[in-house]
Write a protein of this length. Structure first.
Ligand SMILES: [Zn+2]
Length: 294
């Protein structure tokens, strides 16, 4: 699958510039910059957002004008779902909540992690607490009008990281995405340029937990025939590149975001391998991890 490789980049200032809104499916849009932003789901009852961006002024500078450009300026925002409690996902939440009155939803473990995660102390600007108003947990199906968002366990990147899955539509045709909330697998030698503060045992435990969530998410994706994969960070799922491909799409040609079940499997397998390799590295056992032949 040509599009499956993530594209981790050293962000230039260009990556932080607000971009115009992007349509991904009939009922799914993205408004943000090349690193972070909000995924916008249009339901019969109003809008639902996934993620609040790493920019404190996301609402004023990007999301509000983006929604207006899409013609959604008058639509009610029902809820904002966070994947996890890292500041680059929740920094813009408080302004959005104050402006719209929407619920802010996150797992209990990561609502706690917002204040206990040392990663969240490592930024230069003051970031308001997102004020989580609704605790959600894996296994729940959240109903918003004609759309149902399934909450899945994505823990390991953070203690209570969440994955999401839902049906979206392309010219009326149903597709189903799975969004994996986390990406990095933190541990000794891989923590924001600093010494890893949570101890080796936790690093290995989190890496293995993340790996098991990749497997469970794949089992779910198979069962539910997921054919689209997203990471909350656009650069980690080639979002802008695929959106550009779609711009030149002729009638009847497939939506570039539809990678098929095998494409979804490759994305999840890539993270599973990375988790297992990290677990071995963090144990300091000098034995390379090797995946069993398929
Ligand atoms: Zn994170």
């Amino acid at each position: 699958m040509a599009n499956f490789k993530p594209n981790p980049v050293e962000p230039t200032p260009e990556y932080f510039k607000p971009q115009g809104p992007v349509k991904l499916f009939d009922d799914l849009f993205f408004v943000g910059n090349k690193l972070v932003g909000s995924w916008v789901i249009r339901t019969s009852a109003g809008l639902v957002l996934i993620e609040g961006s790493g920019e404190v002024d996301h609402w004023e500078n990007c999301l509000k004008p983006g929604l207006e450009e899409l013609g959604f300026g008058e639509e009610k925002i029902l809820a904002l779902l966070l994947t996890h409690g890292h500041f680059d996902h929740y920094a813009g939440c408080d302004h959005i909540r104050r402006a719209t009155g929407c619920d802010i939803c996150l797992s209990a473990a990561d609502t706690l992690y917002i204040t206990t995660g040392i990663e969240n102390w490592k930024h230069n600007v003051e970031i308001p607490n997102p004020h989580v108003t609704r605790i959600i947990e894996p296994g729940q199906d959240l109903v918003f009008g004609d759309h149902v968002i399934s909450v899945l366990d994505g823990s390991g990147h953070t203690p209570g990281c969440l994955n999401y899955s839902m049906e979206v539509h392309d010219d009326g045709e149903p597709h189903r995405f799975v969004m994996m909330g986390g990406y990095g697998i933190f541990g000794p030698g891989n923590f924001l340029g600093d010494e890893y503060p949570y101890g080796t045992e936790n690093a290995v435990g989190y890496a293995l937990k993340f790996a098991s969530c990749c497997v469970n998410t794949w089992e779910y994706a198979k069962r539910m025939h997921c054919d689209v994969f997203f990471n909350p960070h656009p650069h980690l799922c080639n979002m802008y590149e695929l959106a550009e491909e779609n711009q030149n799409r002729r009638p009847g040609e497939p939506n570039a975001f539809v990678v098929g079940e095998d494409g979804v499997r490759q994305w999840l397998l890539e993270r599973f391998d990375a988790c297992m390799e990290a677990a071995v590295k963090y144990t300091d056992i000098r034995m390379p991890y090797k995946r069993a032949e398929e």
